[in-house]
Design a protein around this ligand. Structure first.
Ligand code: ZN
Length: 283
């Protein structure tokens, strides 16, 4: 699945797709509430009102760079709080390669934030050691985000996540720590979008007069465009995350900007009364 923004091509590589299980991540998004948002169905929710979500990486190709944005869960990881995220043996790298992107062809890895489902494939297990999966890539982490998790990964699951998916990149000398508004290349600039995590960042893509926005986890699901105050249980600062949603969606609404989420497909943001709705790209 891919989209173009000017001369930039964006390809989604899915690691895991889920339907439902919303009480865990978005407790307010009950089936009945979701069924009221008709525009979500069928692309973003089932007729019964269950949310469709995915864990995926986005490969962003510019004329000069080949960037992987967010790296999913990874294989062989242990100590995750969600049992199904432990000891995975999925075909993500094979799928990435089959799509035309062997790991050694990637020059940049960019993590919108350092949560478990965005950094897993940063590393893979080789002979009992965690090594960088993308051996020729520089890994770009937000400096604020990195500093936060370096100092706050004390709970056992957080410690495991940091030590198998972040620390090995730092130790291998492959990481660059960035300001949250850094320019990555001619076509891509970061936008600071705190709230889901302290140093969360989104990507603004501009090429040949066209625009795209990779939101990361500013919203986990488009239902949060209609209900800006529906914060996820994973948000570090729910009030800030709601404020960030209003600010970011206001900036990009009612314009031909291709928007792709950290866990949902591409569309366009439209104003809808006091809030917003999301319409599928190309429709
Ligand atoms: Zn996420």
């Amino acid at each position: 699945m891919h989209w173009n923004v000017g001369r930039v091509k964006i390809t989604k590589i899915v690691e895991l797709e889920t339907i439902g299980s919303t009480r865990f991540i978005l407790p307010q998004a009950g089936n009945e509430e979701i069924r009221k948002l008709r525009w979500l169905i069928p692309r973003f929710a089932t007729p019964e009102g269950r949310l469709k979500m995915s864990i995926h990486a986005l490969v962003v190709e510019t004329p000069t760079r080949r960037i992987v944005v967010d790296t999913g869960l990874g294989n062989d990881k242990q100590g995750r709080a969600i049992p199904a995220w432990n000891d995975r043996h999925g075909p993500f790298l094979e799928d990435l390669t089959a799509a035309g992107f062997p790991p050694d062809s990637i020059d940049t890895v960019l993590c919108t934030h350092l949560h478990v489902d965005h950094i897993g494939w940063n590393t893979r297990l080789v002979a009992g050691r965690w090594v960088p999966t993308f051996e020729k890539a520089r890994y770009l982490f937000g400096a604020n985000e990195y500093a936060y998790w370096r100092d706050h990964s004390t709970a056992p699951d957080k410690a495991a996540i940091f030590s198998d998916s972040v620390a090995p990149i730092i130790e291998a000398g492959r990481a660059d720590l960035l300001a949250s508004d850094a320019r990555i290349c001619e076509e891509i600039t970061l936008i600071p979008t705190p709230g889901h995590s302290p140093g969360h960042m989104s990507l603004h893509v501009r090429s040949a007069g066209e625009e795209g926005l990779l939101t990361g986890d500013v919203a986990h699901h488009p239902c949060q465009m209609a209900h800006l105050d529906w914060s996820s249980t994973a948000d570090s600062d729910p009030a800030q995350s709601a404020a960030t949603r209003r600010e970011l969606f206001s900036r990009f609404a009612d314009r031909p900007v291709l928007v792709i989420g950290g866990h949902f497909d591409a569309g366009h943001i439209q104003r809808d009364g006091e809030a917003f709705k999301f319409t599928v790209a190309g429709h």
